[in-house]
Write a protein that binds this ligand. Structure first.
Ligand code: FAD
Length: 323
């Protein structure tokens, strides 16, 4: 069955986030030949419409308004409801990001529709669109369908491959004028913490440190390896609690959920709360001097040894391979 779907694009520092392209790919499957309409909000975002189309959207609707310069659930909800009103879609796909996790349930509840969050896969089975999502901290997967109302889904970053960019593809980019009522929250300032470079939740490679790194300086060999691999730094709560790094790097049940292609856990014991945030990574390498450490149970490759000896050797090897 063909469906018309919207995809809410996310803009960070003037560029579309990768999760937007993944959401378009998911929407293409879900639309089953129907139209996929990209949606962009901001102060000045129309220029990004062309790239949205090149990654698979059939056309793009923008709402440009200075009140949408920063994300607020209040402002975005007003804009999205106006687009839904204009387009009458059968569903909306979001990234499973801070924005998507905040906005999708709000609009779904408002429209009395269900929401399937943290989707890692989807397929058409007969007349039904079946979504797959992890449960019990990634120990099992459940399959869900929407039986009534609009389809709302948030897509976990790094799980559904984006379509190949087609530079020749063109599509209409139109703007919708929405009178955004006074916002109940106003963002005065955005203060960026710790993370420079690659965004942790979208990183293809993560080098994560635990209490075993022993100090803030102990993260240096992890950073060197991460730089060579073009990755991002993550951490266990143990490392954050010990003040070796910022909480924005925490991965796990009460931190970020990540699914990179490669996760290198250094001096992390593998507590269940940490595994909840990384066990769905595609390849897991663990470096720990305790051969009994729990992290080895989920690791594809385990190195029993001192991380301060192992990491420089790995970095040197990768430098040779990648230069
Ligand atoms: P430790 O358990 O102390 O492990 C350190 C490891 O480093 C050991 O295995 C040791 O053998 C190894 N090591 C030491 N020195 C070296 C060396 N030189 N070379 C190699 N290996 C070495 N934790 C999270 O990570 N994320 C969460 O989101 C999270 N949420 C939680 C929520 C709740 C409600 C609770 C109760 C706990 C949560 N925790 C979370 C904490 C979790 O239970 C663990 O305490 C924490 O993950 C331990 O961090 P760690 O592995 O870095 O430290």
């Amino acid at each position: 069955m063909a469906r018309k779907l919207l995809v809410l694009g996310e803009v960070r520092e003037g560029s579309l986030r990768n999760v937007t392209f993944e959401a378009v790919a998911a929407a293409k499957t879900a639309a089953n030949g129907g139209e996929v309409v990209g949606v962009l909000f901001g102060e000045s975002v129309s220029a990004l419409g062309a790239e949205f189309v090149q990654y698979g959207a059939d056309r793009v609707v923008t709402v440009e308004n200075e009140k949408l310069k920063q994300y607020t659930s209040d402002g975005y909800a007003q804009a999205l409801l106006a687009v839904i009103d204009q387009e009458s879609p059968e569903g909306i796909i979001f990234g499973h990001t801070a924005l998507g996790k905040d906005l999708a349930p709000r609009i779904a509840a408002k429209l009395q529709s269900g929401l399937i969050s943290d989707v890692t896969g989807l397929e058409e089975e007969g007349e039904n669109l079946v979504f797959t999502r992890p449960i019990y901290s990634g120990k099992a997967f459940e399959k869900k369908i929407v039986i009534d109302g609009l389809i709302f889904a948030t897509i976990r970053p790094n799980n559904i491959a984006p379509l190949e960019k087609d530079e020749a593809k063109t599509g209409d980019v139109s703007s919708l004028s929405v009178d955004i009522k006074d916002l109940r929250q106003i963002i005065k300032e955005v203060v960026r913490k710790a993370t420079e470079g690659v965004d942790l939740s979208e990183a293809k490679v993560i080098v994560a440190g635990g209490r075993g790194v022993k100090s803030e300086e102990g993260f240096e060999p992890l950073k060197e390896l991460s730089d060579v691999l073009g990755g991002a730094i993550g951490a266990s709560r143990g490392a954050c609690d010990a003040d070796y790094c910022d909480y924005s790097l925490q991965i796990g049940q009460t931190g970020k959920v990540v699914t990179p292609d490669l996760y290198i856990a250094c001096g992390i014991s593998g507590a269940i709360q940490h595994l909840a945030g990384m066990s769905n990574s595609k390849v897991i390498v663990a470096i720990n001097k305790d051969p009994e450490a729990n992290i080895f149970k989920v690791a594809d490759y385990g190195i029993v040894g001192d991380l301060f000896e192992v990491l420089p050797m790995l970095t040197a090897e990768f430098k040779q391979l990648l230069v």
